[in-house]
Ligand binder design. Sequence first.
Ligand code: AG3
Length: 283
Amino acid sequence: MADLWFSEYHVINSVKLGLNIKEILHTEETPFQKLEMYRNDTFGVFMTLDGFIQVTEKDEFVYHDMICHPALAVNPSIKKVLIIGGGDGGTAREVARYPHIETIDMVEIDGAVVEACKKYMPSTAGVFSKEPRLNLIIGDGLKFVEEAADGSYDLILVDSTDPAGPGEGLFTVQFYENCYRALKEDGILINQHECAFHPLDAEQMQKAHSKIKKVFPIAKVYGFNIPTYSTGYWYFGFASKKYDPITDLKAEEWEKFGLRTKYYNTDIHTGAFALPNYVKEVL
Ligand code: AG3
């Protein structure tokens, strides 16, 4: 194939990340977004939505460890989980590693993402064909949470795109309020917090965090190193009705699960909540 590159702007007209395309696997305009899947020699198969890298075979473990395990190490008794988005299956795969979790509801708006990942990324999407506790709903996560009964979930994981396109509504006070209501009295919400190095990114983080702070009594932010996202560093928000992610960490209990994780451990857990001053300033 000719020298073909996927590139993603991190700062418009100024900074780009480029991955060489070894093979074009799938391109589709779905009813919601532009879905592309390619193969790169270094990162393996990767998926982009509306031109932004969502997942690569090589570094997805970082993101999926960090969206899931910190909450389970703070409340090791979590039984009912709701995933919003997460069409590649990586988040569901990690949640499913806990045998004591009873149900995993997952609401993905775009069925085309699930189908493409089943075909080209079995390392994440394999979970869809082998996990009986997983209840996959193709539908609108915003509406689902709005209609969910009070106190239905121990944990909600928002595995969405950025706050533009189909993911936009997942960064609103109204959505966070519905999550609060749908969570049990010791419920935890993990959500996208983007990154903070470039000014426009910092603005997005600030907006997301200021809204979540209005709704949850405890709202913290934690970061992790993921090479294919802007600046190589990304953040999640940890919002909770009761637990503080540092003082309520149950390190020994979590270690007893005996999971072999490639990124997460309980030292990383504590360290991830230590933020650089330029990040603290926007929160
Ligand atoms: N979800 C999207 C993370 C944000 C990507 N944004 C970006 N590259 N600008 C990832 C889905 C993994 N299950």
